[in-house]
Design a protein around this ligand. Structure first.
Ligand code: ATP
Length: 441
């Protein structure tokens, strides 16, 4: 009896009035459990079910209610408070306008919504993507989430560009983590290998073209996905004037027809001015939620590291058992972008670049490789090791089979140790190497 009382007292009850939200932060080392008791509530558009316990860790998020609710929390949050003011009504209205575009195509034809969300860092762009995706799924849609922000790796690991068809609400506990073991949502993944879109702009642009072409093919084949449209999450450096060309390039390649600017008046005004005569593109301004949490560079590094750890070891809800394999150097074929060349912008005016930023060169395994992440491509190794530009393009633009982590390189025995997320032989395919390193902690 006393034990039961103690267990019950661990739960703390919270009540929210309609339109209020409960904001909380919890790091990766501890967890809280949330249980909805009465009413309706959602986390970034994903509804909580009454009586179900959700174990949450490593999240900064908010429980929002349209009609009022009572819920309980077990465990200590690092931060917890109730907020009265949220931009949720404007987010819902934006969703309704997008939904009308979808209904219109079904009745009269026309263009599906291709929504791009832009804004500076930490304004809630990814969060808005999640809300719009969850609301679309609630309407029975299957939107494609296109993540071209290599900094976060929302769906797989950082330094990738992905497109994922989403057919169910985003998991409240795991968010958008797509583990290699879960194939139902298998994302289309391209390896960029750098954390900023501007690090290797030529390569980034090449991958954008590849990704947009593959998405187009998918949409041409699947009318349900096409009608649901695209929700595109972009890097925050797109809000700098210096990256205007990349911004317009994305609009053109992904045939964007709705640009949502979050939390940046000047950017909204610039985009609006630029597209005011273009009847096909609508520009919408939304305010930043007061709940969005700023993340400094060290917090971002921790988040990136957790995303990679999750890829190999899974989440608390779905643990994976990665395995190590020792492979002779002769069975490993690594390519990387040619390094050590000044970028085009650093060359004297009028001087042409001879070497492309997208040329690949072979990599001989050395101890420098330790802790690197290698992307396993789907391209078979050729007998003849000579490559040309066309073959490099194929290799760069290939869909990935997955990633491996280099844990050791023995130059004497000429053997490399790789951590793989699932069992099986390492296929005789090319691997891509870039800047991405991960130190297992
Ligand atoms: N209403 C809210 N209450 C609590 N936390 C929130 C809220 N909205 C967003 N957050 C959290 O704030 C953090 C930053 O939000 P988000 O990732 O959406 O911003 P962003 O603009 O995409 O960031 P960036 O592009 O700089 O990586 C995230 O951890 C997110 O979960």
């Amino acid at each position: 009896m006393t034990e039961k009382k103690e267990e019950e007292s661990e739960w703390k009850k919270w009540e929210l009035k309609k339109f209020q939200e409960f904001r909380f932060e919890i790091d990766f080392t501890s967890s809280i459990t949330i249980k909805l008791i009465k009413g309706t509530a959602e986390i970034f558009g994903a509804e909580l079910a009454i009586g179900i316990e959700y174990e949450i860790r490593g999240q900064k998020a908010a429980i929002f209610t349209w009609h009022g609710c009572i819920f309980e929390i077990k465990g200590e949050c690092d931060v917890e408070y109730i907020a009265e003011e949220t931009p949720m009504m404007s987010y819902l209205n934006t969703h309704m306008a997008i939904e009308q575009m979808r209904c219109r195509i079904e009745k009269e034809g026309g263009d599906e919504p291709r929504v791009m969300i832009v804004g500076p860092s930490d304004v809630g762009k990814t969060t808005l993507c999640k809300i719009l995706i969850n609301y679309a799924v609630k309407h029975g849609r299957t939107p494609m989430f296109v993540d071209i922000n290599p900094n976060e790796g929302t769906v797989t690991i950082p330094s990738t560009l992905t497109a994922t068809v989403i057919d169910k609400p985003i998991d409240i506990e795991e968010q958008l983590s797509v583990l290699p073991a879960k194939s139902s949502m298998a994302p289309l993944t391209y390896f960029y290998g750098y954390l900023q879109s501007t690090d290797k702009l030529k390569l980034y642009n090449k991958l954008l073209i590849k990704l947009s072409e593959t998405i187009q093919k998918k949409m041409d084949k699947d009318s349900v996905v096409r009608h649901s449209g695209l929700i595109i999450s972009t890097p925050n450096n797109l809000s700098n004037n210096a990256n205007w060309d990349t911004f317009t390039f994305i609009i053109e390649k992904f045939k964007v027809n709705v640009v949502i600017v979050v939390g940046h008046e000047r950017l909204y005004s610039d985009i609006n001015k630029c597209y005011q005569d273009n009847k096909k593109i609508s520009v919408v301004k939304l305010t930043k939620s007061g709940g969005v949490v700023n993340r400094d560079p060290s917090t971002r590094r921790i988040l990136q590291s957790y995303k990679i750890k999750e890829y190999f070891y899974g989440t608390h809800k779905c643990e994976l058992a990665p395995y190590s394999v020792i492979v002779p150097f002769s069975d490993i074929f690594i390519r990387t972008i040619e390094q050590g060349i000044a970028p085009s912008s650093a060359l004297p005016i009028g001087m042409e670049r001879k070497v492309q930023e997208t040329r690949l060169v072979p990599v001989e395994p050395t101890e420098d490789l330790i802790n690197s992440i290698l992307a396993l491509t789907n391209v078979d190794v050729k007998e003849n090791e000579e490559t040309n530009e066309e073959e490099d393009d194929i290799l760069i633009g290939t869909r990935l089979l997955g990633f491996v982590h280099v844990t050791n390189v023995d130059t004497e025995k000429k053997k490399i140790t790789l951590l793989c997320p699932c069992h099986g032989r390492i296929p005789k395919k090319y691997m891509l190497l870039a800047d991405l390193k991960w130190i297992e902690t």
